[in-house]
Design a protein around this ligand. Structure first.
Ligand SMILES: [Zn+2]
Length: 284
């Protein structure tokens, strides 16, 4: 069945985001004659008003977003990501959003990963999926194989709890962290750990998130370096919440923040994603 697989046409949406003034406008009140006269001049006027492409001459970035599963607003989050990136870099998006019903939404095996060389042709993959109870080692190896050539990635929130039912660590080595649970929701006081890293440039030193989940990080893998962390108020244990990882020579940026709309709507979180994306694909 394909009814649960949604693909957002990247070219149309990207153009809409970059050039909203070029979209058709609703006709205003006035006579039809006046409208026709206006229409006669509209096209050349629109062409003259169209601003120059701020990314002219730059190589476009081919980005794949894989999203869906349990517990979050994946369509809304993807729209925000595309929206905030639109003014930052020339990105052509492909979005694969796969969510089954609640009974199986933690065990969904996104069909894309069954395609041979599923990541071929992309410059970066954003993993924002939430399939916690997939425990098929062969399947997860297909996923990480897509990054074995050093393909960059951004990994967000529940991606860190995806495939956690699998005991072996292929996915977690790729992420750079091992985590299997989170704290109760609270406003998280973020501590900057590497203010000089490009991803953290301009990040406030005293940011407290909206209500969110602090993921309990059991292990930071050898290739990972923390960028920001927070202390679990119940245990006093500090956990990285933003980091970089090196996986097979490729750059991975990760953050465990992003449970709800309040965080996704926050400009500090949005800017963190933008800088993380640009760093991962080496386009600061
Ligand atoms: Zn969550």
């Amino acid at each position: 069945m394909s009814k649960n697989l949604t693909r957002i046409c990247p070219a149309i949406l990207a153009v809409a985001l970059l050039l909203p003034e070029a979209l058709p406008q609703a006709p205003s009140a006035g006579s039809q004659t006046a409208q026709r006269e206006s229409d006669a001049q509209a096209e050349p006027d629109r062409r003259r008003r169209r601003p120059p492409d701020p990314f002219a001459g730059q190589k476009r970035i081919r980005a794949l977003v894989i999203t869906g599963g349990c517990c979050h607003d994946y369509a809304g989050e993807t729209k925000i990501l595309m929206d905030v990136m639109a003014s930052q870099a020339p990105v052509d998006w492909t979005v694969v959003l796969e969510t089954e019903g609640r009974a199986t939404w933690t065990t969904t095996k996104a069909r894309l990963y069954n395609q041979p060389k599923w990541s071929e042709g992309y410059d970066i993959v954003v993993h924002n999926e939430c399939y916690a109870n997939v425990d098929d080692a062969g399947f997860v190896r297909k996923i990480v194989a897509g990054h074995n050539g050093g393909l960059p990635a951004v990994v967000i929130h529940c991606a860190m709890h995806s495939y956690r039912a699998l005991e072996s660590d292929e996915w977690r080595e790729f992420l750079g962290v091992t985590t299997r649970r989170h704290t109760r929701q609270h406003r998280i006081a973020v501590q900057v750990k590497d203010a000089n890293h490009p991803v953290m440039k301009g990040f406030p030193l005293d940011w407290v998130t909206p209500m969110d989940e602090l993921y309990v990080v059991q292990k930071l893998w050898p290739g990972a370096k923390p960028l920001a962390s927070a202390v679990d108020p119940e245990t006093g244990t500090e956990h990285p919440l933003a980091w970089t990882n090196e996986y097979h020579g490729g750059r991975v940026f990760g953050t465990t923040l992003g449970h709800g709309a309040a965080t996704w709507d926050d400009p500090t979180f949005q800017d963190l994603l933008v800088r993380g994306f640009k760093w991962a694909v080496d386009r600061q």
